[in-house]
Structures are given as structure tokens and as C-alpha cells.
Design a protein around this ligand. Structure first.
Ligand SMILES: Cc1cc2nc3c(=O)[nH]c(=O)nc-3n(C[C@H](O)[C@H](O)[C@H](O)COP(=O)(O)O)c2cc1C
Length: 325
């Protein structure tokens, strides 16, 4: 058990923020697999300040049992604290706020936000301080190893002295974007050097990955990001291992079919069929990667998916051909 501000967290699985993916419908479904803490997609501070209707939908989710933080991105302490107040006015039930200090996308960094904040560790602290002045909800930060130079220790120190409640670190630099091996070697015993809980992120695809990342860093939790896309049961496997020591087998093809259809329904409820199925062209094929004879299905899902009915039909045909069901 560990603490995120006033909350007691039992387990070790955080559902990572992923723009364009971890919407309310996605989170609602994955949370059922045993997520301890979830984070929204990143939300623009200026979008909230200017009352952009689309931006507002990101924070107006319904509360569920999993603690959920709203992730904000921005570059100025005063705007981020204003955005926190706007978000709370729209949804007083937000459990905590997370500040994006890791996004490498040029459209974000050119405004001084995301990973560009790490260039100036002092401003990272100022942001946390400003937000803490307007809310008593916990405030976390998600960082990388650094922007150009590796300076995460300096950034962590500034965040801690500003009163941050936990820090998530993606063990890559801005330049590395999302590829290559994350540098867990640089996170060795990091938690011992810190005064607040640590969450580690980068290539968590298996229980073994989670064990290694936690043992090496001493972190309280791991973030499941791409590893959970098309494999929600990974969350249950990690959770179960750390609760009981049991290593659950990987899901069967039949189970993957069910998970794929169930997530689609959750996303359709949230976004409507047209939008959900457009996003699902990216997500659905991932449920079948690694399974024999799934190449044609994956290609069809990626290119021809239009409705829930078409998804069901493609999966039914695949089951008939491969499982005799
Ligand atoms: C499609 C996509 C969108 C992402 N969006 C965000 C985001 O909005 N905020 C954020 O802090 N990190 C974001 N990330 C980074 C993830 O939260 C995570 O730290 C990163 O993918 C490393 O974990 P992985 O290697 O296990 O995927 C995103 C990653 C991906 C792949």
C-alpha cells in the first residue's frame, strides 16, 4: 500500500495517459481489469481557459471506482492553475491532477509545454506550487529523463520541494520519443533518492517487465501504456502477481475476441459508433497480434472497420476459421 496525497493505493498498476486512446470509454473498460489509478488523455490548459467545448469533454467524465487524474499540459504556472479551477468547476469529482512534463510532440514543446518544461527545472516546481495554491487535490507530474540533457534528478528535486504528491517517469529522453529500450539502468534505486512515490513507465508489456522495472527503481507502481493496448488482461496479470505471487496464463484467442468486442462497446457508448470505430481501426488489430493466422483479420480490422456489426462479423468469421466455433 502507498499514498497518493490523501488516498491510499493498494496496488501497483497505473493506466498511462495516452492522447487519442485513454478516453473515458477506454478507461472504464480497462479499469475493470484492476487498474489502481488512471489518468486522462492530456488536456490543454488554454482549451479549458477559453472554454473550448471539445476540451471540456475530456474532464467531464463520470466518476467511477478507480481514482482518476486529469492530465493538463501548458507552460505557465498561472494558466495551469486557472485551468485547474476551470476543470474543477466542470467536474468537482476529479480525484487529482497530473501535469504533463514529458510530451515530446513539437506542437506541444514549441509552446514551452510538455517535455520542454524540463529545460528549466525551477519552472517545473513553480507549476506545482501554483496549482497547490488553488486546490487541495493531489498533484502529480509526469516527466522524462530530460529534454536535451538528462536532468531528471534536478527536476524531481524541484518538484518535491514544491510539494508534488507523486512523480511518474518515462525512462526515455524527449529525442527518443517512444522507441528503443527505455533506460531503466538510469533509474536504479531512484526511489531511495526521493521523498514522494514514484511511478515508472516504458515498455511494460509483461509481468516480467513490471517486476524488473519495480525492483530496479524501487518504485511504487508501473504505468501500463502500449502494453495494455489490445492486452487489457496484462493489468490483471500484474495485479495478481503482486497480490498473490501467482502468474496467470496469457488470455486465449477466444478471450481476446471477447475483450476486443467489449472494449468496442464501451467506446461506442462514450463516442458513438462512427468515431469509436475510426479509433478502433488502430486498437482492434492489436488484440490479435501474436496469434497464428491472424494477419488477414488484422489487416481487415485496420482498413475495413466501419460499424460494430462489421467488427462482430470479422471476428465471428475468424473464430469459425480458427477455432471451429
Ligand atoms: C499514442 C500515445 C499517446 C500518448 N499520450 C500521452 C499523453 O497524453 N500524456 C503523457 O504524459 N504521456 C503520453 N504518452 C506516453 C505514455 O503515457 C507512456 O509514458 C509511454 O508510451 C511509454 O510507455 P510504453 O513504452 O509502455 O508505451 C503517450 C504514448 C502513446 C503511445
Amino acid at each position: 500500500m502507498w499514498k497518493l496525497g490523501k488516498y491510499t493505493i493498494k496496488g501497483k498498476v497505473v493506466l498511462a495517459p495516452m492522447a487519442g486512446i485513454t478516453s473515458a470509454g477506454y478507461r472504464r473498460y480497462l479499469n475493470c481489469f484492476g487498474v489502481d489509478i488512471a489518468v486522462t488523455e492530456m488536456v490543454s490548459d488554454m482549451g479549458l481557459i477559453y472554454e473550448n467545448k471539445e476540451t471540456e469533454t475530456y474532464v467531464k467524465y463520470q466518476k467511477d471506482e478507480t481514482l482518476t487524474g486529469v492530465q493538463l499540459f501548458g507552460s505557465k504556472p498561472e494558466n495551469l492553475s486557472k485551468a485547474v479551477l476551470k476543470a474543477l468547476a466542470l467536474n468537482p469529482e476529479i480525484d487529482f491532477f497530473d501535469i504533463n512534463m514529458g510530451c515530446p510532440a513539437p506542437k506541444v514543446t514549441k509552446t514551452g509545454a510538455g517535455s520542454a518544461l524540463m529545460v528549466d527545472p525551477v519552472i517545473c516546481g513553480d507549476i506545482i506550487r501554483a496549482i497547490k495554491q488553488v486546490t487541495d487535490k493531489p498533484v502529480t507530474a509526469k516527466i522524462r529523463l530530460g529534454y536535451n540533457e538528462i536532468n531528471f534528478i534536478e527536476v524531481i528535486k524541484q518538484l518535491e520541494s514544491a510539494g508534488v504528491d507523486a512523480i511518474a517517469i518515462h525512462a526515455r529522453t524527449r529525442k527518443e520519443l517512444y522507441s528503443g529500450e527505455p533506460h531503466y539502468d538510469l533509474l536504479k534505486d531512484l526511489r531511495k533518492k526521493m521523498s514522494v512515490p514514484l511511478i515508472v513507465s516504458g515498455n511494460i508489456y509483461t509481468v516480467e517487465d513490471a517486476i524488473r522495472a519495480l525492483e530496479n527503481s524501487g518504485a511504487e507502481a508501473v504505468m501500463v501504456a502500449r502494453g495494455g493496448m489490445g492486452n487489457p488482461f496484462l493489468i490483471t496479470q500484474i495485479k495478481t502477481y503482486f497480490e498473490t505471487g501467482e502468474r496467470l496464463p496469457d488470455p486465449s484467442l477466444l478471450e481476446q475476441c471477447d475483450y476486443c468486442l467489449a472494449l468496442a462497446r464501451s467506446m461506442i457508448l462514450e463516442k458513438g459508433e462512427l468515431t469509436a470505430m475510426r479509433i478502433y481501426r488502430t486498437l482492434a488489430p492489436k488484440f490479435f497480434s501474436g496469434f497464428a493466422h491472424s494477419k488477414t483479420l488484422r489487416k481487415m480490422l485496420a482498413t475495413s472497420l466501419t460499424t460494430y456489426d462489421s467488427l462482430e462479423k470479422m471476428i465471428a468469421q475468424f473464430k469459425k476459421d480458427n477455432l471451429n466455433t
